[in-house]
Design a protein around this ligand. Sequence first.
Ligand code: GLC
Ligand code: CA
Length: 545
Amino acid sequence: MEQSKLWQKGIVYQIYPRSFADSNGDGIGDIPGIISKLDYLKSLGISILWLSPVYPTPNADFGYDISDYMGINPEFGTMDDFDRLIKEAKKRGIRIVMDLVVNHTSDEHPWFKASKDANSPYHEYYIYKKGPRPGVPPNNWTSNFGGPAWEYVPEIDEWYLHLFSKKQPDLNWRSEKVIEEVEKVLRFWLDRGVYGFRCDVINQIYKESFEDGKWKPWLIGQERYLMKEGNHAILKRLHDDVFAHYDCMTVGETYNVDFKNARRFMDGELDMVFQFDTMNADKVIVPIFVTKRWHKKFKKTLSDWEEQVNWNAVYLENHDQKRSVSRFGSKTKHDLSAKMLATLLLTLKGTPFIYQGEEIGMEDYPLFKKKEYKDPVNFWLYGLLRKFHFSDKQCLRFVNNMNRDHARTPMQWDDGPAAGFSSNQATWLPVNPNYKKYNVKAEEANPDSVLSYYRKLIKLRSSDEVLVLGSYEKMDTKSSIFAYYRLYGGKMHFVLLNLTDRRVTLPKAIREMKGKVLLSNYEGAGFTYKKFLRPYESLIVDLSE
Ligand code: GLC
Ligand code: CA
């Protein structure tokens, strides 16, 4: 494993700072809170921490709207706290990765404020266009957060583009000045000792043309700006000018990326990309409709990506997705299903990204009420559905299917007030009522818990070059079973997962295999003598002679 890079042999843990640990009792997580949990993270065995944005922000999108790229959100602490975090993490063999949000800034960023004057040098930092007629935006594109993607500025009779909320104006990447500003930002953090960046919606920064988009029920205009030549050129430039000169990693959030573009991104632009196909496995037409019959697509997308690119950024949840155990696992067989999903996450070829709380099996919040919503997307969606005369109950149900607040409830540390997240019971989002059952303290004390299983699994993966470096080879099976080999240096491991809550019969080829079980989520399980897999059963088997 000597020759592999830290981001290949290491495991990434994503922190959503607002919800991780609150040190000063204001109900909001912060950097000193993160520092206080570094020993826990070290004991888990992770080596890279990706922090969702920690920069100053008016919180229109909880940090994904940045008003100063070279500062720290005062709610989270100071630059001294951040420097201390880098230092304390390094002491424990952990490196920090920042979130780089440069498709857009906040509308409260000084660049944007200045840009509203047509004669200002900052005007070109953003994408302003005239409308065809008074009151009509430049084209029909819609925003990810609802409504048209353009906002009118009466002072200059121009519209600016915002692919997210109107408080997140898109930067103009055709401007040389914007490129230079961003390069300055990158160097600023890399020189402070940061280990790299997770690049937010990075495959849409270059808008190739501004013609109308094809009509779709969701997000019109994407074909004009997703993964264009100009996009690749910019990332290549950032790589050559900056990233190539540091020991660092980059992972792109690349919405709807295809294999071809993913391979291009990974050829001298970025180290890895997050694909979205798996996250769409349970979606039907638009993201508010979901199906329980996702198994086939889920498996196929993961498997195809393993075959099609050299190295994946493997994830099953993050701050934008519902909790994986609630989505692809089970409430009644919670621990078994969470462990099965963990096995998948840590044995595919690629870098595993664990999202805070995933390692203790945190679940979706029981149906959010409207007054509990924080994510702006929820309010827009709820309002839209109401216009179509859905009842309050129906609206809540639909919003629930894509509600990003689920993954953002406070981390559950113990069974005390506010789950040990804060000394203040008035946390910014409510604590999930299941915290007495699922929390770090209780699970540390229980050798059969999801957390204890994660520890074993991480230990196994970190010391096993077959699981890190081995090639991936799928075995064709029915969709309830996910089975694959990992091959390296003459050694062969076999991973066998039951994706369902039912007993499934094993094909003969598997029944006849002989090998040593390295890890199982049913204690003492072997498969050689059995005809079936139990619900959510997962096995890692060494088939080497
Ligand atoms: C990414 C982030 C998401 C954010 C959006 C706009 O998808 O993960 O949280 O709302 O970009 O920055
Ligand atoms: Ca705080």
